[in-house]
Design a protein around this ligand. Structure first.
Ligand code: DGJ
Length: 749
């Protein structure tokens, strides 16, 4: 059992393959956080706490005259606002009398076999998905991971005896992951308002840490930033109703000297797609607190008597071998125990999306022409993006009217889909279910279904509004119209897009005092609809998207196993975007396409080979007008697709290694995929700069077997030599040239 409870000391020790997490209900019933890090003896780590009489750090009443016991200085597992701990809190409630001071104490606990799940919310799962295993036998190595998990639920009660706080822990031993979630249960006779509830709090007694975060904007998401924690709070978050392009709900704390391959680091990933806050605080006693949960700004949730509220799950991991290992823990867990359904293990199709090729300017014949060339190239799935429905020849109208524009297509959707299937391709289609244009039949019929605040002009974005997905009637209407379309033709893929941030949150379905629930209910509504969609169409591949990577988070991955990474398809820009994304998410989740040049977003020209090198390190597809390609280009593309299919398992399920940082790399940027058993690797290199008469360039490989011999371009090298001495790289003849170098272990003699 990965969960130990010592009843004498009331000590909880949770262990995974390489990490340990410990808590203790102390003599007052306060739940202390005593350890998160390297796995070791299940010793009581509370010995590290120094108790002292500290001015202006108050003492709980039941500590009597002990002036050395203060919640303000103790490492706490779930600190509540108003308890005498003045650091950022994990919980703030408003009691029926309007007060907020709250003190939580241990009541009981329960240990269960297997991993808990959460009603209506994404959560890592335990049991291998039977259905997924049935589809492809044997599943590639990186797809299999028989995780054995246990659940611990610790119940705290507030000292006024009005509600319970159930702290959920999932201990996923083999995956090296500990999950956390929280449930508040009102057992009083009055309404209780949750004003802030964080899913994670981890207190570090000492240490100097760096905070690693991922910031950005539309078409430039998840840039990597590392900064030392200073006294005070440093936070990232979103109040946009989505996890956002601007900050990602994935954070890392590390020691100052932690590198890709060495040192301690701690990853915190939030399985949630709405507002979030990640906050790190270095306090007066040089202790560090990390909090992650729903952003409190747009949140106030009423829990009625006998009701429960569930705060979303967060996944935590620890690595003693640097950031690379930490990322690989999340890659494995998300690939195998977050993404669900048959697409977890089944090969995903190489697709052609028509968006950057034709935008809104197409008809059925044009699409068929594109599909015909695509089929010749070896592409497997044709995706019709925006513009096929309602009055939608520009992005100013039609959203919400999910009826096929047969006049524009010149045929029915079934006829189009049948023709595309006739060419040997699968067929996919774009939706933006949450969006609505004022110029749409839906808006004219139901203006009250869009988020607008009574008496205030709404904030438009891309000239559109958003539907109130917190309302079941609105969701049902949209769901039934989407199903009508999906049922009218053979459709194997759906792209779920969202092209603005939320604003003007007001739901006609809720009374004034409950308007603070709208943002969270919107996300629950989104999850509810995605769940229904995946249940009804279990074979459909759903790709998430929000103007590219505006909702690239672990919550969405539970429903959509891949997400369009960014609207920026420039290969060089994508290096940084995919590099940043790789810290928390596997390449199998990163939607990535080869587009035409000059690039639409940057006007940059990059070699077609380089565009493929970058797109192959994702779900791989094309997004251009194939009819405009030259014969030479078509020949190259055919070879690229063949090559991707050959390396599919290695890329999608192999271990991913960041070899350089594209923003600081010295001329050549590299990354690598290595088979779990070290039997082969694929080294990807992009020349960011070229210098005539320049120095030689080497790249040290990782993840090989030191004692084996490897073949690289017909030369043989020992594994340790490739990892320590490195591989001498070819000299790039032009800027942005790239190389894909296959390294294969020779059979043992
Ligand atoms: C934004 C997406 O990110 C694009 O790929 C495309 O689908 C457009 N929306 C369509 O409006």
């Amino acid at each position: 059992m990965a969960i130990l409870f010592d009843s004498t000391s009331r000590l909880f020790t949770l262990t995974t393959a390489h990490s340990m997490y410990q808590m203790k209900a102390d003599r007052y019933g306060v739940l202390l956080h005593t350890w998160f890090g390297m796995k070791g003896s299940a010793f009581d780590y509370s010995y590290r706490i120094a108790y002292a009489d500290r001015g202006f750090s108050g003492n709980p009443y039941d500590a009597g005259d002990d002036r050395t016991y203060s919640l303000d200085a103790l490492p706490l597992e779930f600190p509540a606002y108003g308890s005498g701990d003045y650091r950022a809190a994990a919980l703030k409630v408003r009691y029926p009398d309007g007060t907020s001071a709250c003190d939580l104490r241990y009541l009981k606990h329960e240990i269960r076999e297997g991993k808990y799940s959460l009603p209506g919310l994404p959560a890592l799962y335990d049991a291998p998905d039977q259905e997924q295993q049935a589809h492809e036998t044997p599943a590639p190595a990186g797809c299999r991971c028989g995780s054995r998990s246990d659940t611990l639920i610790i119940t705290l009660e507030d000292t006024r005896r009005m509600f319970y706080v159930h702290l959920y822990y999932g201990v996923m031993e083999d995956l090296d992951i500990i999950t956390r979630a929280v449930c508040v249960e009102n057992h009083s006779e009055d309404d209780i308002y949750l004003e802030n509830i964080q899913s994670v709090c981890v207190d570090y007694l000492h240490g100097e840490y760096d905070l690693h975060t991922f910031y950005g904007r539309h078409v430039k998401e998840r840039n990597y930033q590392r900064s030392p924690l200073m006294h005070g709070s440093q936070s990232v978050g979103s109040t946009r109703g989505t996890s956002s392009h601007q900050y990602n709900p994935f954070l890392i704390l590390s020691d100052r000297d932690t590198t890709e391959d060495t040192g301690n680091c701690y990853g915190f990933s939030f399985l949630y797609s709405g507002d979030f806050l990640g906050n790190a605080e270095l306090d007066q006693y040089n202790q560090t607190r990390l909090l992650l949960g729903i952003h409190p700004d747009n949140f106030c949730y009423c829990v009625k008597p006998a009701e429960r509220f569930y705060a979303p799950e967060a996944a935590l991991a620890y690595s003693a071998q640097g950031l690379g290992r930490l990322s690989r823990i999340f890659h494995q867990a998300y690939r195998t125990h977050l993404c669900r359904g048959k697409w977890t293990a089944k090969r995903r199709p190489v697709l052609l999306n028509d968006w950057e090729g034709v935008y809104f300017d197409f008809d059925g014949d044009k699409l068929i022409q594109m599909a015909r060339d695509a089929a010749d190239l070896g592409i497997e799935l044709f995706v019709m993006d925006d513009g096929w429905f309602g009055k939608r020849d520009l992005d100013v109208s039609g959203l919400g009217d999910w009826t096929v524009n047969e006049k524009k297509l010149g045929c029915t959707l079934k006829e189009l889909s049948d023709q595309i299937h006739g060419l040997g391709l699968q067929f996919g289609i774009w939706f933006e279910p949450e969006g609505i244009n004022e110029d749409s039949d839906l808006y004219r019929e139901h203006p009250d279904w869009a988020f607008t605040v009574p008496g205030k002009q709404p904030t438009r974005s891309r000239l559109q509004l958003l539907l109130d997905f917190s309302r079941e009637d609105v969701r049902e209407y949209i769901f039934s119209h989407i199903c009508q379309v999906l049922d009218s033709a053979r459709i194997e893929y759906l792209k779920w897009d969202l092209n603005r941030s939320l604003a003007d949150l007001y739901s006609a379905s809720l009374p004034a005092k409950r308007q603070g629930e709208v943002m969270h209910r919107y996300v629950l509504g989104l999850y509810d609809m995605l769940e229904k969609l995946t249940q009804r169409y279990p074979d459909m591949l759903i790709e998430g998207c929000s103007g590219g990577g505006g909702r690239f988070d672990a919550g969405m991955l539970y429903y959509t196993p891949q997400i369009w990474c960014s609207d920026d398809t420039d290969a060089i820009e994508r290096l940084s975007i995919q590099y940043g994304t790789s810290f928390g998410y596997p390449v199998s989740t990163m939607g990535s396409h080869v587009s035409h040049c000059p690039n639409e977003q940057t006007r940059r020209i990059t070699p077609l080979n380089t565009r493929a090198t970058v797109a192959m390190s994702g779900t791989f597809g094309y997004e251009l007008d194939v009819n405009k390609m030259t014969e030479d280009e078509k020949t190259i593309v055919k070879a690229q697709i063949r090559e991707f299919k050959e390396y599919y398992d290695l890329i999608q399920y192999g271990d991913y290694y960041r070899l350089t940082d594209p923003d600081t790399a010295d001329a050549y940027h590299g990354w690598e995929f290595a088979a779990e058993d070290g039997s082969e690797a694929l080294l990807c290199i992009v020349a960011l700069q070229i210098h005539p008469n320049g120095p030689g360039r080497w790249m040290c490989l990782k993840g090989l077997n030191a004692d084996s011999i490897y073949t690289v371009n017909d030369e043989e090298y020992p594994g340790d030599v490739l990892m320590n001495g490195g591989l001498l790289l070819p000299t790039a003849a032009e800027e942005y040239e790239s190389f894909r170098i296959h390294i294969v272990e020779c059979p043992a003699v």
